[in-house]
Design a protein around this ligand. Structure first.
Ligand code: ASP
Length: 316
């Protein structure tokens, strides 16, 4: 078995440290650790990178601490619309859903689109219906709503009315979750899931379900999942740009992701990524105050962080 790797992000819209209690930060870090362990268990048992990234994302979708699945951002009409995608670096197969309203775990629906349909991307109620037919768990839209998000939406609407939207923190606005993995057979995979932006227009779709923009995986090169204002990731084809720089310009993973974060930053947006290369090196660059993130090194030690300090949790 070759080297194994897992890396995750929980979005670059991390809250300032003083906005959550110690206990809430501890729980956020614990959920990052749970996500990594779920993936690592699969990888160390000889499972696939695809299964690993899906499992890692499901844990974060089920956590209230990230903007995906339960606890996701609200649209301008106080509802939830989710975007997700998954890509298999071995075959370049991919699946995605966007603007879904009733699928408990949108990443599972993206996987089902990849494996059980001839499509790459299914939208809105068609995606909800497809997921139901595929036997996935369906919930009321209100299942996803947290009081914290309702308050954030009200404050963003007030800022918009006052013309001070530019002063809103990254955390007030957005977030996403994502995972990348390398399995023992050398296969790479990437997965991304998001509620998008607080106060986003109904029907707005970001980069997360767009292959090449928010998610990309190609064996022998890299797997990438991004977070930050999706419109710019789409225009810059950001995830694929990382792979292209490695493939055609001979850049290392660290250099290629650094280049792309710099370019995204020139658009004055907060941006972050988790990426892994074919040798299992994981990088988690970002240009914001913090980014929820984590990885497991060769020794099996679980590393998680939200701001500068990296916590080492017990071995997986
Ligand atoms: N990329 C996500 C979107 O535009 C949001 C984020 O990652 O913060 O939907």
């Amino acid at each position: 078995m070759g080297p194994l790797a897992i890396g995750i992000h929980g979005g670059c819209g991390t809250l300032a440290r003083d906005l959550l209690t110690e206990a809430e930060w501890a729980e956020t870090n614990r959920h990052l650790g749970d996500s990594l362990r779920a993936a690592w268990k699969i990888l160390t048992a000889g499972g696939s990178a695809l299964d690993a990234v899906e499992a890692a994302v499901v844990v974060m979708e089920n956590s209230p601490h990230f903007n995906a699945g339960y606890g996701a951002a609200l649209t301008e009409t106080s509802e939830h619309e989710h975007d997700a995608s998954i890509m298999d670096g071995a075959t370049l197969a991919a699946g995605a859903v966007c603007a879904t309203r009733r699928i408990r775990n949108p990443i599972r629906a993206a996987r089902a689109v990849m494996e059980k349909s001839d499509c790459v991307l299914l939208t809105s109620s068609a995606a909800d219906d497809f997921a139901a037919r595929a036997g996935l768990e369906i919930v009321e839209n209100s299942y996803f709503t947290l009081e914290r998000r309702v308050k954030a939406l009200a404050s963003l609407k007030a800022r918009k009315a006052r013309g001070t939207i530019a002063l809103a923190s990254e955390a007030e606005k957005h977030g996403t979750v994502g995972a990348v993995a390398l399995d023992g057979r050398g296969n790479l995979a990437a997965a991304t899931s998001t509620g998008g932006f607080n106060n986003k227009p109904v029907g707005r779709v970001g980069d997360s379900p767009i292959i090449g923009a928010g998610t990309y995986a190609r064996n022998g090169v890299c797997a990438v999942s991004g977070t930050g204002q999706g419109e710019i990731f789409i225009r810059r084809v950001a995830a694929y740009d990382v792979a292209a720089r490695m493939l055609y310009a001979g850049r290392s993973l660290e250099e290629a992701t650094g280049d792309v974060i710099d370019i995204l930053g020139k658009h004055m947006i907060g941006a972050g990524m988790v990426a892994v290369d074919a040798a299992g090196r994981v990088v988690v660059p970002f240009n914001t105050l913090g980014m929820a993130r984590g990885w497991i090194a060769d020794d099996g030690v679980v590393h998680v962080a939200t701001h500068d300090d990296v916590h080492r949790l017990s071995a997986a």
